[in-house]
Design a protein around this ligand. Sequence first.
Ligand code: VG1
Ligand code: CO
Length: 553
Amino acid sequence: MTDTTPPLDITTVSTTPFPDQRPGTSGLRKKTRVFMQPHYLENFVQSVFDAIREEIGGFAHQTLVVGGDGRYYNRPAIQTILRLAVANGFGRVLIGRGGLLSTPAMSAVIRRRSALGGLVLSASHNPGGPDADFGIKYNIRNGGPAPEGVTESIYQRTLNIAAYRTVTVPDIDLDHQGETTIGRTQAIVIDPLADYAAVMEDLFDFGALRKLFRSGFRLIFDAMHGVTGPYAQELLEKRLGAPAGTVIHGAPLEDFGGHHPDPNLVHAAELVAAMAERDAPDLGAACDGDGDRNLILGRTFFVTPGDSLAIITEHAQRSIPGYRTGLAGVARSMPTSTAVDRVATALGVPCYETPTGWKFFGNLMDAGLCTVCGEESFGTGSSHLREKDGVWAVLCWLSILAATRTSVEKIVQAHWERFGRSYFQRYDYEDLDVKQATEMVAVLRTKLTTLLGTSLSGSRITVADDFGYKDPVDGTVTERQGLRIVLADGSRIVCRLSGTGTEGATLRVYLERYQKDAVNEGIEQVLAPLTHVALHLLELRERCGRDKPTVIT
Ligand code: VG1
Ligand code: CO
């Protein structure tokens, strides 16, 4: 065969490093204008390519997937990434139509199409717009977030980068499926829904869910103008027959309608209000900007993420065909409530405790050690993919409701009656002075050894440490993942600084108290003694001048 493709005009552009491109808990997240600076995105993407090229030789036979949550700068960023991918010699680049791919859909596409990896453009639940936030994360061949070894190697390259490679070609049409050949690269605009929907059809009993909706069951799904609107419309309204209008705020918008696409009681206020009405639907749900987080509500009833994880684990085998053969194990991030641990014990399966961030679950799932996993930050998922998955969580709850034919509240009550209840809350203190906040945590860290064995609010401290994790699969050790104080009665105080912010520092204080029998008490009242101790130990007011949290979730 003769090669008829015209020679490409590949340019090598000189650049200088940006010192601030170390990926955090979930990729590189910055103010949008930081990303819009000349060379900023290019430097990072070239560094990703350089870091991964080493391990595989070249890209000629490799596929890269690109897509984002639709926020401001998504489209120009995709065109830039495509040019770099062409200049770096990728064989194929798959792009979600409209530039859209939810984070879990990215995971599905990488896995089903045997891609080398993918770049997701999102700052998740952070607001979007020229004065808001933007982000980029790299997912590896298993479909999951790059582990620390990879992100560190990317970061090292960003510190030494001298040039990137790009081509001068016109923008491609992102809005229609089809194929464009650019040099030796095929750029293919794909249906962003197909792979993901196929994974869902494999796991869930769509017939049973259609029957549920036919029986008059009502759901509101708030897509918060993030990327899940089209996914929810396709799956819930089209394939499962939920009435039109079940999905609200379903159109992806560059600024998420001016809101934070953050599915919690504060930011999903409209949904919360709808679920408090007398004639409220049976289930209320919301997802974040990139579709990996979820909020689950019953009528005037909030299911905490820790309880949701425990309840999905409890019911999966019975209610969802994809888990018919049982679960291999479960995993949760360290700050997440211990509710799921008790279900794991009852099921006779192991429960792993990992640092914050989905990347730590990947090895466990790849090795077949865990099936379901979750985080307190409204993230649940399973080994069907390697990302947390908001729409999946909603389909799990629909399946549990279809199997039990009872209400969300009754399912949670039954869980508490059987296992007891982990009262859990997270206090976030945003926009603290970075130096003061770092010092505050450092000072508490030095006090931990003297706390061990002493008594706090009537119970002895049995663990006081900075959480470290040794990955059971590859032995990687990750230190300093959060200060924890555990009491003999199972109560816990956990403090850590966020790794996803774009401005100042955010302190997260996680509070948990377990009660076997008294399961219907006021949460504030149950947690008050712990809250008091936590703030006192941190000397929050003295060191950071803060009394009240920015948000409680
Ligand atoms: C937060 C959450 C963490 C989650 C991460 C990414 O990280 O606490 O559980 O994995 O966001 O979620 P941090 O470091 O700010 O506490 V998402 O939906 O932004 O990809
Ligand atoms: Co997210």
